[in-house]
Design a protein around this ligand. Structure first.
Ligand SMILES: Cc1cc2nc3c(=O)[nH]c(=O)nc-3n(C[C@H](O)[C@H](O)[C@H](O)COP(=O)(O)O)c2cc1C
Length: 371
């Protein structure tokens, strides 16, 4: 067992008690720091032998081969690190970012940098990182140096600098997309601020206009598959409006969904012993909730998107992300209409149990759940 596998296992054993007994501020301060150390230690580690997914799990989307339907969600490899690790662990693809035009340090509040806390008894987490990243250019450069592997596509998640919807910002986003494309990136995820409700007509019109410009200036000339990533809180009416628009503009699909801010709604899914920390986090930082509490709403949204996508003229796919932590979650998402799945919170939960065999154990569960 490697050091990182041992640390993850020990942490998983003590984590439920720590989150229940530590004063909430201390729990958040500790895990905000520990998350960064854990990610760095993980990136420096690697399975002794590459793990290869069973050939029956392979998918072909937009003419690209994915050796299995599960890979990391955006935000796990913000600096373009962990490429060889993801390949050797057996992920179906590799997704870098999210990056923005300008490098970002991320959020600091009450002396806590990059606030994050897990709720282990609830299979959930909160984060308010604030998109820390080194910028499109740095990560694209890193991708250009990657050794390529068969049926292991590289994706990039990109965003506008938060709150900046200017023409200049859009130009810089387009420049970033081209840099990634020239570096050999196979598919893209656009992490956009999409209104959750249909009432915000101004925001919806502005989003439609940005999507149109990106389609004309990047998707059409490059032919690259670009998906829009939307929040798991996006209402069905908005999904029914956005999916046909994406299809008409030539987008390759939609990724559902990003973290949730429906704090009161999800509170019921947080274990009683973790609610003190949960309340502290959402009141102090807000942030987004990930993991099991959002799984149901993601599956419902995938189902709405799949119905809307049936009318799209070209090849249009849905990627499901939110609360995926075992093979049956993957199979449910696929049976509901997703073509691929991603995971973040569940990956770390499962890494603590299975270490570098984190994908291999999942495939066995997928195969069993598919029977
Ligand atoms: C610590 C952390 C950082 C994240 N950073 C990003 C990000 O940079 N870009 C993005 O699109 N999503 C980001 N996400 C959201 C995930 O990609 C994913 O959509 C969400 O966590 C739901 O999946 P999960 O339940 O499997 O965690 C982040 C999530 C977490 C927990």
């Amino acid at each position: 067992m490697s050091l990182v596998e041992l640390l993850a296992r020990v942490d998983a054993a003590v984590r439920p008690a720590l989150i229940s007994v530590l004063p909430p501020r201390l729990a958040v301060a500790f895990y905000s720091w520990a998350r960064q150390i854990a990610v760095r230690t993980l990136m420096a580690s690697s399975p002794p032998q590459p793990v290869v997914p069973p050939p029956t799990l392979e998918r072909r989307l937009w003419g690209i081969r994915f050796r299995s339907p599960l890979f990391n969600a955006a935000g796990m490899f913000k600096h373009g690190e962990g490429y060889a690790l993801a390949y050797r662990q057996g992920a179906g693809a590799y997704l870098a970012g999210t990056t923005t035009a300008l490098p970002r340090m991320g959020n600091v509040r009450r002396g806590i940098a990059l606030p994050f806390v897990p709720y282990p008894r609830s299979s959930a987490a909160s984060n308010w990182l604030g998109l820390p990243n080194p910028g499109h250019r740095a990560v694209a450069q890193r991708i250009a140096s990657f050794e390529r592997y068969e049926a292991f596509p590289i994706g990039a998640s990109v965003a506008l600098d938060p709150g900046d919807f200017s023409i200049d910002a859009l130009e810089q986003l387009l420049e970033g997309l081209w840099r990634y494309r020239e570096a050999g990136t196979d598919f893209f995820e656009l992490n956009e601020s999409c209104p959750n409700t249909g009432d915000d007509h101004a925001a919806m019109n502005a989003l439609s206009e940005r999507l149109r410009v990106i389609a004309e200036r990047f998707i059409q000339p490059s032919g690259a598959p670009v998906l829009l990533k939307i929040s798991s809180d996006t209402e069905a009416a908005v999904i029914e409006q956005i999916v046909p628009l994406l299809g008409e503009l030539g987008y390759a699909g939609v990724t559902i969904g990003n973290t949730s801010t429906q704090y009161n709604f999800h509170r019921a899914m947080i274990a009683a012993s973790e609610r003190r920390t949960y309340d502290y986090f959402v009141q102090t930082f807000g942030g987004g909730i990930s993991g099991a509490p959002i799984r149901r709403q993601v599956v419902e949204s995938v189902s709405v998107a799949a119905r809307a996508a049936a009318q799209c003229p070209g090849e249009f796919h849905i990627i499901a992300v939110g609360g995926i932590a075992n093979g049956s979650h993957v199979v449910t998402a696929i049976e509901t209409g997703a073509s691929l799945t991603e995971w973040y919170t569940g990956y770390f939960e499962r890494f603590a149990q299975s270490g570098h065999l984190v994908y291999e154990t999942l495939w066995q569960e997928i195969i069993v759940a598919q029977r």
